[in-house]
Ligand binder design. Structure first.
Ligand SMILES: Cc1cc2nc3c(=O)[nH]c(=O)nc-3n(C[C@H](O)[C@H](O)[C@H](O)COP(=O)(O)OP(=O)(O)OC[C@H]3O[C@@H](n4cnc5c(N)ncnc54)[C@H](O)[C@@H]3O)c2cc1C
Length: 470
């Protein structure tokens, strides 16, 4: 069959051991961290160079075999779930940080580099790479580029797209292209780098990323702000801005999320706390100390019942450790969990939290909420045990999406569409816009073999049936 012929060509080009077919190994590449059902690939391919990736794409094109690029598989929407009958292209042989230049403030890495490793290497050289998805000790640069990842620090520093200067990519037909630039500025031609960032492996495979760096901030402080209700949360989220201060993050945890981090937080969380903001400031020592005082005062005026400050790096790290584990801790609270990552304007946070509370009451589904409140990007979770509760969950999800769109928000602040959100995309985007994007995909990937069932309804329908969903 054609896939076998493609694999023969691929192994010839990439060398012995580059094609994996062991069922246990393939099982481990069958899913990401979403609820999307696992799909075992026909084979996994380990490329070591851009030329290998090019050979893989040429063989896959010739034999019409789907290819799903894969980083660490920490994605939340099934975007790295293999296309039925297709291959997975893994990046574990492309893990080199090729350059960190502290004078040009540029780093060059291969796609399989784990983000946390880049952070540590940059810090050793006194520089700083801001994007910090909470999965940073697992996720890869290739995955971060493909999902336009952002984390808590996106509030001050933006998401991955703001930090990618250039990309080496391989398109669907195997063409190797250098997109973008090595310099902080540059406007030659269309910004195809920005287009590839966030394209969820549907346009091209990233084989190298050129990233922008900053000098590391001198000091970072973390403040815990305890608030009694949704209105005070919204006021506190905007309070620093109103004093002309841009925190590097403002993270929100509701009462359920707070209970879950309490045992590992390392800082005493008041017994009756309803919600917490984790506010972080960075910069030079004098500025940070002054801003800390102003922010603390602003939070109290916004209605905070208590404001605590982490005393040292160990306390900060422990607190963030608990926050980073929250998604996994929450998963253990019920038989089933779905998590959305909607984003609303900052001034609609209280309205969104109120709407979620009402929906939870109406449907009986537990809906804990936490996330990057400074950006209006909240993870609304849906926890349930019994299979017969599923229709209520579907109703609650659709209602949250409707509310978010009414408020001028978006269905996904950071996780993307993947497979999970394909059935909802039309709620936010008109058919003409979806069709234009499908046509753009056709230019990068003429045979439609690169992660073809993701993001858009036509591809999803082709592989997953009438509803275009999994
Ligand atoms: C605990 C936890 C916390 C998280 N916190 C955040 C957060 O704060 N912010 C955030 O944005 N996300 C977060 N995520 C989601 C996830 O970690 C990010 O989307 C991350 O960028 C995925 O990286 P990955 O290497 O795991 O990619 P994968 O999951 O393997 O793949 C994701 C997508 O990237 C594509 N891809 C991977 N490598 C390449 C490549 N070389 N070329 C082309 N396409 C490629 C895949 O095809 C897929 O479409 C979190 C996930 C978990 C489990």
């Amino acid at each position: 069959v054609s896939v076998d012929r493609a694999l023969i060509d691929i192994e010839r080009a990439c060398g012995d051991g580059s094609v994996l077919t062991d069922p246990d190994v393939l099982e481990s590449y069958g899913r990401d961290t979403s609820e999307v059902a696992p799909q075992r690939p026909v084979a996994a391919v380990r490329a070591s160079t851009a030329e290998h990736v090019s050979a893989v794409m040429r063989a896959a094109s010739e034999h019409a075999v789907a290819v799903t690029p894969r980083g660490a598989g920490t994605g939340r929407v099934g975007a790295a779930t293999p296309t039925p009958g297709g291959l997975v292209l893994v990046s574990d042989r492309m893990r080199s940080i090729e350059r960190i230049d502290e004078r040009d403030l540029v780093a060059t890495t291969q796609p399989g580099v784990v983000l946390g490793d880049l952070h540590r290497r940059a810090e050793e050289q006194g520089v700083f790479f801001p994007p910090d998805p909470n999965s940073l000790d697992e996720c890869t640069i290739g995955g971060n580029v493909a999902t336009n990842a952002g984390g808590p620090r996106a509030l001050k520093y933006g998401t991955m797209r703001n930090w990618v200067l250039g990309l080496q990519v391989v398109t669907g037909d195997g063409t190797i292209l250098e997109l973008g630039k090595q310099t902080p500025k540059g406007v030659t031609g269309y910004d195809l780098t920005a287009l590839v960032v966030g394209s969820e492996g549907t346009l091209a495979v990233t084989t190298r990323a050129t990233l922008k760096l900053l000098p590391a901030p001198e000091k970072v402080v973390t403040m815990l702000v305890f608030l009694p209700d949704h209105e005070s949360v919204e006021r506190a989220v905007g309070a620093a801005y109103a004093r002309r201060i841009v925190p590097r993050c403002v993270e929100f945890l509701d009462s359920i999320a707070l209970e879950l981090v309490r045992p590992d937080a390392g800082i005493p969380i008041p017994e009756n706390a309803q919600s917490m903001l984790l506010v972080e400031l960075d910069g030079d020592e004098q500025t940070v100390d002054r801003q800390l005082e102003i922010c603390g005062e602003a939070m109290l005026q916004a209605g905070a019942e208590d404001v605590l400050v982490a005393k040292n790096t160990a306390e900060r790290q422990r607190l963030w450790g608990a926050r980073k584990e929250l998604s996994y801790t929450m998963r253990r609270q019920a038989t089933n969990k779905l998590s959305e990552d909607v984003c609303v304007p900052r001034t609609r946070i209280a309205a969104l939290l109120d709407r979620c509370a009402r929906l939870s009451e109406q449907t009986g589904i537990t809906m804990p909420t936490y996330g990057h409140a400074g950006d209006g990007n909240l993870h609304v979770n849906f926890l349930w045990d019994r299979p017969d509760e599923r229709p209520q969950v579907e109703h609650a999800i659709r209602s949250v999406f409707e509310a978010v769109l009414e408020m001028g928000g978006t269905l996904s602040g950071e996780h993307g569409i993947g497979l999970l959100k394909v059935p909802y995309l039309h709620m936010e985007q008109p058919a003409e816009l979806i069709s234009l994007q499908e046509q753009i995909k056709g230019l990068f990937d003429p045979k439609g073999i690169l992660n073809p069932d993701k993001c858009f309804p036509e591809g999803a329908r082709r592989f997953h049936g009438a509803h275009g969903a999994c």
